[in-house]
Ligand binder design. Structure first.
Ligand SMILES: NC(=O)c1ccc[n+]([C@@H]2O[C@H](COP(=O)([O-])OP(=O)(O)OC[C@H]3O[C@@H](n4cnc5c(N)ncnc54)[C@H](OP(=O)(O)O)[C@@H]3O)[C@@H](O)[C@H]2O)c1
Length: 365
């Protein structure tokens, strides 16, 4: 097997762990024997441990002595209770380690490579670096900016509307788009919506793809005054799908106590410009170890995040209908006077989903 093909396999393994490995990055590892035959593979386990290298070594069909390990991130050098991944690879007799880039985590950053080299292992760095960065952009983001990567998901008409004037949004897009939307939920750690979306749509915000329901993200509702009805669908199944509500400081209502007893986490945030400070909320999520947040509206939450420069990616599902000027825009007004000041996104991918189209956009830095 060629090294690039092995790295692509390792990257696709890593992709499968997105949404379930935080606070760890999701890493893939492929092991080749001394003749470059595939003899083992693994990815970071759900919840982050064991790491990919340990899982790949545990899956070996024959000895790895003299072989090559292709890993999508620098093997860790921190031990905790078991040997580090760099040590495990050395102990298994691996002679060559191929990685796209160093781990930004201070406990490892360069130390994994140093340990390998000092043990006589050849280390090659740089293969498919951009692809690896893309997969773990949430992890890199959290370490660099102390907030998770934020993706905005929009289901809109051709004219950019997300509901009719009277709040009807079920369904703008078709079955296949909605199914795809559930796969997005599964590979994010957190799903976030504004309270009006809960009040109007009563969503469950879980992943309903058979077999991966357990990958449902943690739910966050932005609700300053706790207007959420206790019977809302997002408050069902809290023991399995944790639910957080962001509220204003020092809120005192019997509902707050009731929600806490039900298992809801209430996080008090400061206000900025008379609205909850979403940046502060995202920082709290980063401190909890979450790497990837999916925002599913509505219009006001999306515009606040956009205005604060807190949207990094957009997944836009568009269907072939026009709702018209009285419909709700995907982004509420945010007072743009000069287009030179607008943040720009660039198109990364498009996908036809029956009669809808999905566009994936990335912020231009
Ligand atoms: N098609 C789609 O993709 C899609 C997706 C989601 C929603 N929707 C539609 O969108 C509609 C709801 O959107 P919406 O714009 O009315 O409401 P929203 O964005 O769901 O919720 C806005 C509310 O969140 C609270 N909030 C607290 N802090 C905030 C902050 N910093 N910035 C913004 N809001 C903050 C405010 O209520 P408090 O002051 O009470 O806290 C605010 O009124 C629904 O009709 C729904 O069907 C469509």
């Amino acid at each position: 097997m060629q090294l690039e093909a092995a790295m692509r396999s390792a990257l696709s393994l890593a992709k499968r762990g997105l949404g379930v490995c935080s606070p760890n990055p999701s890493v893939g590892c492929v092991i080749l024997d001394h003749s470059n035959n595939l003899i083992g593979l693994g990815r970071t386990s759900n919840t982050g441990r064991p790491h990919a290298e340990k899982n790949a070594l545990d899956s070996l069909t024959t000895s790895a002595r003299g072989g090559t390990a292709i890993v999508t991130l620098e093997p860790c050098a921190h031990k905790d209770s078991s040997p580090s991944c760099a040590e495990l690879l050395v102990n298994a007799g691996i002679k060559h380690v191929v990685i796209p880039l160093l781990d930004p985590d201070k406990r490892t950053n360069g130390k994994g490579v140093k340990l390998l080299k000092e043990s006589g292992v050849k280390v090659s760095i740089g293969l498919l670096e951009k692809e690896s960065l893309d997969i773990n952009s949430g992890f890199f983001f959290r370490l660099k900016y102390n907030r998770p990567l934020v993706s905005l998901k929009i289901a809109s008409s051709l004219d950019g509307k997300i509901s009719t004037f009277n709040g009807n949004s079920k369904w703008i897009t078709g079955d296949l788009s909605r199914l795809h939307g559930h796969s997005l939920r599964s590979n994010h750690d957190v799903i976030l919506v504004g309270i009006n979306t809960v009040l109007n749509d009563n969503p469950k915000l879980n992943c309903r793809i058979k077999g991966i329901e357990k990958y449902s993200p943690v739910r966050v509702i932005v609700d300053s005054s706790l207007s959420i009805p206790i019977t809302s669908n997002v408050l069902i199944n809290i023991s399995k799908i944790p639910t957080i509500i962001w509220v204003k400081k020092n809120i005192i209502t019997p509902k707050k106590d009731k929600l806490i007893k039900m298992g809801v986490q209430i996080i008090e945030l400061n206000k900025r410009n008379n609205k909850l400070d979403l940046r502060e909320g995202l920082k709290d999520l980063a401190n909890k170890g979450f790497n990837r947040v999916l925002v599913e509206g509505g219009s006001k939450i999306s515009s606040s995040l956009m205005a604060d420069n807190l949207i990094d990616k957009v997944f836009l599902y568009r269907s072939g209908i026009f709702i018209g000027g009285d419909g709700l825009s995907s982004i509420a007004s945010y007072n743009i006077k000069n287009l030179d000041l607008v943040k720009r996104f660039q198109l990364l991918k498009t996908m036809i989903l029956d009669s809808d189209v999905l566009e994936e956009w990335d912020l231009v830095n």
